[in-house]
Design a protein. Structure first.
Length: 447
């Protein structure tokens, strides 16, 4: 199994990439015609990228605060520095608690307070907001806000965990909580770019969760959330529906987008990767509603920290390539960092993160997922346009984007156990390269 030290594409945090003019051989030798090929056609362009990023959770923020000032800076640079790090620009944060909080909490705890007099983000000021505010010093961020559950007193089951649904009489109050959250974050110097209606609205979880049928989500957006945002002068906030797995995204989008008024408030569909891949459903949503956007809003390696494992990185890259090639405009990872156990998590739902923290030494453990993500986020910039890119081998996976500065970034991955020699064809130029077993490379050129 390859490791960073002996894979030439992971030589250092500088991400030494294969630059076409420096490391690849330009050739007109037609004996290369028998090779596999990746063909890039820059004149055919598609969607523009919003960006890449991860999630600011209470677990990530508390873990970050546990580090020394120097290590905190190192984390911030690794993710947000546009020159030395991943250059993240699109991130997510939870409204009220999620499973990666230290426990259940709501910003409006007082039962029956429909005037929102007791609404408070004081808990966020302890860890979440300091983390976000420090990141904002390095780069502007588009921040997506997602609730895992309304306050317990607004729900049918009287608790934040184990599903339940939003009681109809509190729909207006809950919509105004979105508005208030956005306003309070703005006072802290943290602008909100968008909101999703509900994280995973089809899942009853033992942690913070709430169920919405497609019709309930449509009605909430149409009659409450959209109008309340507009009334507050927040009509520019992007509303994202679904925010759950690819398997049902077509059906859910159809219910909302078939209602003209509801659809008028919605920017696009968010989706996760848990369960079966169903990449074709991402394409189908675009084909049916090309005026609506597609955003990957959460993915992680479940079932513990997986420290040192190579497979999570390959899973990330496979999803990124397939989602981006099907009109996805942004890709948001889950927790930015976690402890060595894959937490903290108030219900023991531990998972991996691209950066883990050694609990004893308080050192950063950069995972394969961190490096694989960087092959996209470091070289595909906000505003980059996807260009036509095709591979003659299914196991030679590729995507390509032209950046605003005319740099062409082509990411190619080999997940097989054998090296793959191939021709990279860009316009009239043909170059030969070889990917070692289970490796990824980013090839840069000028259009």
């Amino acid at each position: 199994m390859p490791v960073y030290s002996n894979t030439r594409f992971f030589l250092s945090a500088k991400y030494q990439t294969c630059r076409l003019t420096e490391q690849l051989t330009l050739t007109t030798d037609h004996t290369t015609d028998c090779l596999a090929s990746v063909s890039v056609m820059p004149s055919s362009t598609f969607q523009a990228m919003q960006g890449f990023g991860g999630a600011f959770t209470e677990a990530a923020a508390v873990t970050w605060l546990s580090l020394s000032p120097a290590k905190r800076k190192e984390v911030l640079q690794a993710y947000f520095d546009p020159e030395l790090g991943h250059g993240y620009t699109l991130c997510r944060v939870h409204m009220n608690s999620c499973d990666f909080s230290l426990g259940n909490y709501a910003h409006l705890e007082t039962a029956g307070d429909e005037a929102l007099q007791s609404f408070s983000i004081e808990r966020d000021r302890q860890a979440l907001l300091p983390f976000i505010q420090e990141a904002l010093k390095l780069t502007p961020l588009k921040l997506l806000v997602s609730p895992w559950s309304p306050p317990a007193w607004m729900k049918s089951n009287g608790q934040m965990n184990h599903g339940g649904y939003l009681l109809p009489r509190y729909r207006s109050t809950w919509a105004r909580c979105f508005v208030r959250f956005i306003q309070e974050y703005a006072k802290e110097g943290v602008p909100v770019w968008g909101v999703s209606v509900q994280n995973e609205p089809a899942a009853t979880q033992r942690w913070d969760s709430c169920l919405y049928s497609a019709e309930q989500e449509r009605d909430f957006v149409r009659d409450f959330l959209g109008p309340e945002l507009e009334k507050a002068g927040l009509g520019h906030i992007h509303i994202i529906i679904w925010d759950h797995n690819r398997d049902l995204m077509v059906e859910r989008a159809n219910v909302v987008y078939s209602d003209a008024k509801a659809a008028s408030y919605v920017w696009g569909t968010g989706f996760h990767w848990y369960g079966e891949d169903h990449f074709e459903h991402v394409q189908q949503v675009h084909d049916a509603w090309p005026d609506k956007q597609l955003l990957f809003t959460e993915g992680c390696q479940e079932g513990g920290a997986h420290n040192g494992s190579w497979e999570p990185g390959e899973r990330y890259a496979r999803s990124l390539i397939n989602d981006l090639n099907r009109w996805t405009v942004g890709w948001i990872d889950w927790n930015l960092l976690l402890n060595e156990q894959g937490g903290p998590n108030h219900v023991g739902n531990f998972c991996s993160a691209p950066i883990l923290i050694d609990d004893q030494q308080h050192t950063l453990l950069l995972q394969s997922s961190y490096y694989y993500l960087g092959h996209f986020s470091r070289f595909i910039k906000p505003g980059a346009l996807r260009v036509l890119c095709a591979s003659t081998r299914q196991d030679l996976e590729a995507t390509s984007f032209v950046n605003p500065d005319a740099t062409l970034a082509t990411v190619v991955m080999n997940r097989t156990e054998a090296p793959i020699r191939f021709s990279l064809v860009i316009g009239q130029n043909r170059m030969v390269s070889e990917l070692p077993p289970r490796s990824i490379a980013t090839y840069l050129s000028k259009c």
